[in-house]
Design a binder for this molecule. Structure first.
Ligand SMILES: Nc1ncnc2c1ncn2[C@@H]1O[C@H](COP(=O)(O)OP(=O)(O)OP(=O)(O)O)[C@@H](O)[C@H]1O
Length: 367
């Protein structure tokens, strides 16, 4: 089901943004280098910059159509915007900040958003007394209470350190799981994108360089410079099949192969058998062996069929992409290794991955 449909051309100074894409429910990350046009895109959707040409609709409702000379003002678009700086009113309590500009807000909506973002104990505080992460949660709550049909988030976590980002991301995951509002999420951070994005739009110099399911784009060798450069990674999907409390491990099935991963640390939600997980693995953490190895500490040895090899331009490395059932793994090795092991497309090899190399936070995958 298409929720958001965008086809726009807008200018900011000498810069031209010209892009078209569609986005369904869930989180669509807008990713790209600094100056690629990410903020301009969000501002154009929100009606904060004028477009030369635009056709924007959400769920069939037209927000802007230059051919029809239709342009809804920003306040009529039903779009919630969370800016990089949270823009809270310093003289209003958290409660009043949240309800400021709320449309059709009911006490049920207020209670559920308060609960969703864990704000119960902060409602009577003033913004000046809140931590950066708490302020962010209030800004997100305020955007949700405006009953938006689309939520735009422009690097909402950029001002926070890593620990605080990690604490806020579960709230964003809850919004995705518990509301059906499509979210466009601008980020510079591949860690955030790999964890949150269902769909990815990569912007490059004002154009859409690639657009699709996040896992598909992470697996593409040709996007290297646009998506991770020398630090590429893939997103694997797997199902928890067992837990081993004695050793603090979980067993995960990926395409019929068993992986052994670290269980979530105490204090984090346990993962029950049957849970679908998203696992991120960096290409630099994957080694290749021609045969399975015994007497080695690496717990995970995955047979895969090499389906592409790409030499790094002007460098000593190569990327190997291997197919595991319907999914892909990438390994960054030296070109010398490719030569000496005579690696070639169609060959079956064994990918060796240390347990610790699967991103430690196990992220629940949403359909
Ligand atoms: N008001 C303006 N006047 C002139 N140029 C502008 C204006 N706003 C944006 N630009 C230019 O448009 C281009 C895209 O800017 P934009 O803020 O959309 O990029 P971005 O991808 O969000 O970058 P960043 O990740 O650094 O925030 C940049 O080259 C920027 O300098």
């Amino acid at each position: 089901m298409v929720e958001l449909s965008v086809d726009i051309r807008a200018r900011a100074g000498n810069f031209t943004l010209e892009c078209a894409f569609e986005a369904g429910p869930g989180i669509t990350a807008i990713f790209g280098r600094s100056g690629a046009g990410k903020s301009t895109l969000l501002r154009a959707l929100a009606g904060l910059v004028a477009c030369d040409r635009a056709r924007i609709s959400i769920g069939g409702r037209l927000l802007e159509d230059t051919d029809k000379r239709l342009r809804l003002p920003a306040r009529a678009r039903r779009i919630g915007f969370v800016f990089q700086d949270d823009r809270l009113f310093p003289h209003m309590s958290v409660r009043r900040n949240m309800t400021y500009g709320a449309k059709g807000e009911t006490s049920t909506a207020f209670a559920s958003v308060t609960d969703l973002l864990g704000l119960d104990r902060l409602l009577d505080r003033m913004p000046g007394t809140l931590s950066g992460g708490e302020r962010k949660r209030v800004a997100i709550a305020r955007a949700l209470l405006s009953s938006p049909q689309l939520l735009l988030m422009d690097e909402p976590l950029a001002s926070l350190d890593h620990a605080r980002r990690d604490r806020i991301m579960p709230y964003l995951e809850r919004i995705r799981a518990e509301t059906s509002i499509p979210i466009l999420y601008v980020s510079h951070e591949l860690g955030e994108v790999s964890r949150l994005a269902d769909t990815l739009v990569i912007l490059d110099d004002g154009r859409v360089a690639a657009h699709g399911a996040a896992a598909d784009l992470f697996a593409r060798l040709d996007l290297g410079p646009l998506l991770g450069g020398n630090d590429t990674s893939v997103l694997l999907k797997g199902r928890v099949t067992g837990t081993d409390e004695r050793w603090g491990m979980v067993e995960v099935d990926v395409e019929g192969r068993k992986l052994h991963l670290l269980a979530p640390p105490p204090g984090e939600e346990a993962v029950a058998p049957g849970t679908m997980l998203r696992l991120r693995v960096h290409a630099r953490d994957v080694a290749i062996s021609l045969a399975p190895l015994a007497g080695i500490s690496m717990r995970n040895q995955l047979p895969m069929v090499i389906d592409a090899i790409r030499n790094e331009e002007g460098g000593a490395h190569a990327e190997i992409r291997g197919r595991i059932g319907g999914q892909f793994l990438r390994a960054r090795v030296t070109r010398q290794t490719v030569h000496e092991l005579a690696l070639h497309e169609g060959m079956t090899v064994h990918a060796l991955v240390k347990t610790i190399s699967f991103e430690r936070r196990l992220v629940q995958e949403h359909a």
